[in-house]
Design a protein around this ligand. Structure first.
Ligand code: HEC
Length: 494
């Protein structure tokens, strides 16, 4: 669930799936409304089921052999590329998530005193690292990105479970359970910077699951649970956007309590209900570059789903799936070499089994930026200098945005900050120009980072793109909170 596409292996996925797409001569411009190519990755051989849980240069998941023996597995874009990761002596192993070339999950060994243990792989069975924290009774991992792995561990059967984070080894594990929590917690997603999951809040008698956000420490815990929800869970995070689901009260007495796919940008107040019109329930499982994936329950059955920030933006990804599939689910989204890739699975009625599926489409062409911040505390002056120029620096955005105000947006120094932060796009009021702490949700960043930003054209219009460092500065300024001044003045001095 991570934007980065690093892998030591050559990308055979590009030659396999993506070459087919270019032969078909598909449009080079894609967005949420694109045409998607769907490929089954079900491996040749004896597997009775297969599913994908992570997307990226490698796709992690698992296969089922015989009667319900699951084996962790990883793919590289084709059915025959599947590598079985199952450790010798294990009764059951699963990849439950991953990114940046890593796969994480769990393996069970009836021969060991602690049978179920969190595991990390990097593309091969021999790469397996046992992440289980020494002295604990149970652990499993749910996601990996940017060198971080997240999951859950239980100290003993008598203790509730704790959200945990690792950085590559069993010894590296840290607990994330909120200090004021009385109950269990789980970490389900990471983008290498933030972690998401759920915890049992224990607020005044309410002990429901509450969607949660962390930034690397237990003390950083933010409760994302919306007041109207009964239960909530955050499952994935990317650059300041968090997704998951919220269970809502029944609309009539005795009715079903629907779970609805949900999107947040860092706070409970930012909650957006993504449930598509006509769907009885939905879940969001993955997020990347302003796009969210999951599934929706329609009258036709379960449908793999894609959103761009709103319920109205819903795309039914099942329409691209071959007709023998009766249902489908999307679990993760990422980018590989100019293509968006969505992982998931569907039920194939002809073969009477669940099969691993990937959806691919040309990427809107967002530049890949170094994930590390260019500057640890960006001043707004540096952003203004990109817009209007500075010493030795050409103006990149004026003429069209000051004194003229294209799309009602002025970049004049006295106006620009107030025109950007928490202000709706004049062209699509469901999107904000800048959402503090979330470059993924901010139109300003997409407009300078992507060829197809979703609203209008890439900026600066008709001119050379901003340099990668200029794009990083804008990204970092937003992700650091989009403030006007970082250094606080005390009596006129810094
Ligand atoms: C040659 C003229 C031109 C230049 C230069 C230009 N823009 Fe624009 N900008 C436009 C036009 C026209 C629109 C409206 C159509 C669109 O969004 O494609 C727009 C729209 C936008 C929007 C969307 C505003 C909204 O509320 O929907 C943003 C953000 C933006 N520009 C940022 C920039 C930035 C940042 C730069 C400099 C890096 C820049 N623009 C340079 C012409 C320009």
């Amino acid at each position: 669930m991570s934007p980065k596409g690093k892998s030591a292996k050559p990308y055979s996925i590009r030659s396999a799936v993506f070459a087919t797409i270019s032969v078909l001569g598909m449009v080079a411009h894609a967005n949420a409304q694109s045409t998607w190519t769907v490929t089954t990755l079900h491996p040749p051989g004896a597997a009775t089921a297969s599913r994908l849980e992570s997307a990226g240069p490698l796709q992690g998941g698992y296969i089922t052999l015989g009667v319900g023996v699951q084996n962790a597995a990883v793919w590289d874009g084709t059915p025959s590329s599947m590598v079985n990761l199952h450790p010798p002596g294990s009764t059951r192993s699963l990849v439950q998530g991953g990114g940046d070339g890593q796969q994480v999950g769990r393996a069970s060994f009836t021969s060991l005193t602690v049978p179920t243990r969190a595991m990390l792989w990097t593309g091969s069975a021999s790469s397996m690292v046992d992440l289980h924290p020494e002295g604990w009774a149970f652990s499993e991992a749910f996601d990996a990105a940017g060198g971080q792995q997240v999951g859950v561990a239980q100290f003993s059967a008598a203790f509730v479970s704790s959200a945990v984070m690792w950085t590559g080894s069993a010894e590296s594990f840290v607990r994330l359970d909120p200090p004021n929590g009385t109950g269990a917690s789980q970490a389900l997603g990471t983008d290498g910077v933030q972690q998401v999951g759920t915890w049992v809040g224990g607020f005044g008698g309410s002990s429901a699951l509450r969607a949660s956000l962390w930034s690397g420490t237990a003390a950083s815990h933010v409760d994302l649970h919306p007041p109207s929800g009964l239960l909530s869970r955050a499952t994935a995070v990317s650059r300041g956007q968090q997704v998951g689901w919220v269970q809502l009260p029944a609309s009539e007495p005795g009715g079903d309590r629907p779970e609805v796919a949900s999107l947040w940008t860092g706070s409970a107040a930012s909650w957006v209900n993504l449930n598509p019109a006509g769907a009885s329930s939905s879940r969001a499982n993955g997020v990347f570059n302003g796009l969210q994936v999951g599934s929706a329950q329609t009258a036709m059955g379960e449908r793999a789903s894609l959103w761009r920030g709103t319920a109205a933006s819903w795309v039914n990804l099942h329409t691209f799936v071959p007709s023998e599939f009766s249902s489908s689910t999307a679990t993760d989204i990422s980018t590989v070499n100019g293509f968006l890739i969505i992982s998931g699975y569907g039920f194939n009625t002809a073969n009477n089994r669940t099969e691993a599926l990937i959806w691919t489409a040309p990427d809107p062409g967002c530049d890949t930026l170094d994930p590390a911040p260019l500057d640890a505390s960006v001043e707004y002056e540096s952003i203004q200098a990109i817009f209007t120029g500075g010493p030795g620096q050409p103006a990149r955005c004026t003429t069209c945005h000051s004194p003229n105000v294209s799309a009602g947006l002025s970049f004049a120094p006295e106006n620009s900050f107030a025109a950007l932060v928490n202000v709706d796009s004049s062209q699509d009021p469901t999107i904000k120009r800048v959402v503090p702490f979330s470059s993924g949700a901010s139109l300003l960043f997409r407009k300078v980072n992507c060829n197809a930003p979703g609203v209008g054209s890439r900026m600066p219009l008709g001119r050379a793109a901003l340099s990668l460092d200029e794009q990083r500065l804008i990204r970092d300024w937003i992700d650091q909170g989009a403030v006007q001044r970082q250094r606080v003045l005390v009596n006129g001095f810094e």
